[in-house]
Design a protein around this ligand. Structure first.
Ligand code: GTP
Ligand code: MG
Length: 193
């Protein structure tokens, strides 16, 4: 399944959020969890900026994807990264809150590092999205960092702890491309419903 995509907008303020009529799928997760990398891996293009240092993505970036069906994939700055000025954090918080309350979002992909599972701020995000009744797909990232023999027990433990999701959980690696096909077809199916 080949998806082509193009960047249509970068928003630092809510008035820079672009008008369009496509469903929006939004990546959320801690800084460095691999949101931008996963966008690039899904579309097979290096459109989103990636970095080893957390805090790389600083604006809300909108990518129009020519998938089946077409949709807009949104890259957000990560949470859990304190090395920013108070003013920037406050602007960011206001933008994100307004954005999530706007009813534009069809689905959130909540990315969680497969090595660590849900941490405290992931649980806070889960609760926040539940409060807004936004559907969520859980995606465990960096699968390549966990050996084959430990994968099943890790997933079983996370499922036992419990998490809220409408689709998934998906297990992916942007590095080895494992799990990307399942994620893309799951997403297409969900968007068609
Ligand atoms: P922010 O923009 O700061 O919120 O981070 P992000 O969630 O967009 O993370 P990003 O995609 O920039 O990736 C962070 C680091 O993790 C980079 O060094 C990536 O190369 C690495 N990375 C991302 N996905 C994977 C993966 O599946 N496997 C491995 N091994 N590394 C990954
Ligand atoms: Mg990023």
């Amino acid at each position: 399944m080949l998806w082509r995509a193009q960047l249509i907008a970068c928003a630092y303020r809510y008035d820079q959020v672009p008008p369009h009529h496509l469903p929006e799928v939004v990546m959320v997760g801690r800084s460095n969890v691999g949101k931008s990398s996963l966008i690039n891996a899904m579309i097979g293009q290096r459109l989103a900026k990636v970095s080893k240092t957390p805090g790389k993505t600083r604006s809300v970036n909108f990518f129009e994807v020519q998938g089946d069906p077409p949709f807009v994939l949104v890259d957000l700055p990560g949470y859990g990264f304190a090395a920013r000025s108070g003013g920037e954090l406050e602007l960011w918080r206001r933008l994100i809150e307004r954005y999530f309350r706007s009813s534009r979002v069809s689905l959130v992909l909540q990315l969680v590092d497969f090595r660590h599972g849900f941490l405290k701020n992931d649980r806070q995000m889960e609760e926040y999205l539940a409060g807004l009744q936004i559907p969520v797909g859980v995606v465990f990232t960096k699968l390549d960092k966990v050996s084959g023999s430990r994968r099943k027990s890790a997933l079983d433990a996370y499922v036992k702890e419990g998490f809220r999701c409408s689709i998934g959980p998906f297990l992916v690696s942007s590095e080895t491309k494992e799990g990307l096909g399942d994620l893309k077809s799951g997403l297409s199916l969900w968007l068609k419903e």
